[in-house]
Design a protein around this ligand. Sequence first.
Ligand code: B12
Ligand code: SF4
Ligand code: SF4
Length: 314
Amino acid sequence: MNPVERSVAVKRRATDVGFDAVGVTALERNAHAAELDRWLAAGHAATMTYLHRQAEKRKQPSRILPQARVAVVTLTNYFHGRHLPDTGPAGVAQYAWSADYHRVLHPRLARLAAAIRDIAPGAATRCYADAGPVPERELAQRAGLGWIGKNMMLIHPALGSFTFIGVVLTDADLAPDQPFEADRCGTCRRCLDACPTDAFAAPRELDARRCIAYLTIEKRGDFTAAERAMVGEWAFGCDVCQDVCPWNVKFARPATDPALAPRPELRTPDLAALLAADEAEFRRRYADSPFARPGAAGMRRNAAAALANHARPG
Ligand code: B12
Ligand code: SF4
Ligand code: SF4
């Protein structure tokens, strides 16, 4: 097989494994390394210090796995229907309505990596989804899977942005795809205007310190009074800048993947019960879910803030 035939074969196997879209890109220097530097220097990473530590690898992805030549980049649709504003004080971002996606993606990426080794015997492979120093949205754009919206999301023209990105780095000789060069946001700025906390300093420049997803998932310790007010009725993550995006409104279709089926206790958790749950009870209910990241203490903090904001008149 030549590199083009190998790429076609790998993509066919990715579809068989269950990925909704797949592309290949060479591991060249990140064309937006300067944007990453500026973002970090402005303090937009908040307390996520690992992003500073990983910056050199994100800027030059060939340093992640030195022999690797290409990234095989996958998208998995997790859209479950638009968030309804009247669901009460238990706003949970859609990506967290089902089992922890890392647990779903990793076995699939491992199967894709095995397929790559079948097609290119002796190839080295390493899989990443979310964790690790991989500039996933940048690689997805370069692999032709979509553009980076003003909300910083990778938007696939037929799937929208409610997708997980998964990556296999490999030294297999695979032909790369054309990057997705168009910017289909045009003059739209709905995401920037709809963000409840005004977290965008500019298009494609999110200040995590003001982002509800950061505050409810990544921030450790208590909220300040200002942060408590900012999170509103979101108990975990936030979808506003995706819900309003016309590309999701028009094109996102509900995922039929049984592994990502929504679970009621994640979609609309009982916040009063969460507040009362001790560590053991929390682990019993949520150990395999995205709520495990902030943990029992973080979710109690989130639940208390969401309930208080819900009860506040006006
Ligand atoms: C840190 C992080 C966060 C932080 C910071 C978010 C941010 N905007 O950077 C917080 C906690 C706030 C967060 C929130 C969310 N996250 Co997050 N997050 C990450 C993580 C681990 C690193 C992202 C990062 O490096 N940020 C720093 C910025 C500067 O880098 P970047 O986002 O990669 O942006 C690059 C491009 O935008 C490019 N660029 C800049 N300007 C331009 C201009 C053009 C024209 C182009 C082409 C490129 C370009 O340069 C940047 C640097 O390389 C990635 C996983 C990963 N390993 O990449 C997941 C990831 C980005 N998150 C994801 C998700 C799902 C979310 C949430 C939707 C979860 C939720 N519902 O609550 C929100 C969305 C918030 C938002 N609008 O971005 C998905 C996104 C999937 C997708 N389709 O885009 C990822 C890829 C995880 C995954 N494997 O699926 N996240
Ligand atoms: S996830 Fe929510 S808070 Fe964060 S930028 Fe998007 S709309 Fe704003
Ligand atoms: S809401 Fe508009 S500006 Fe924002 S990402 Fe979607 S198309 Fe782009």
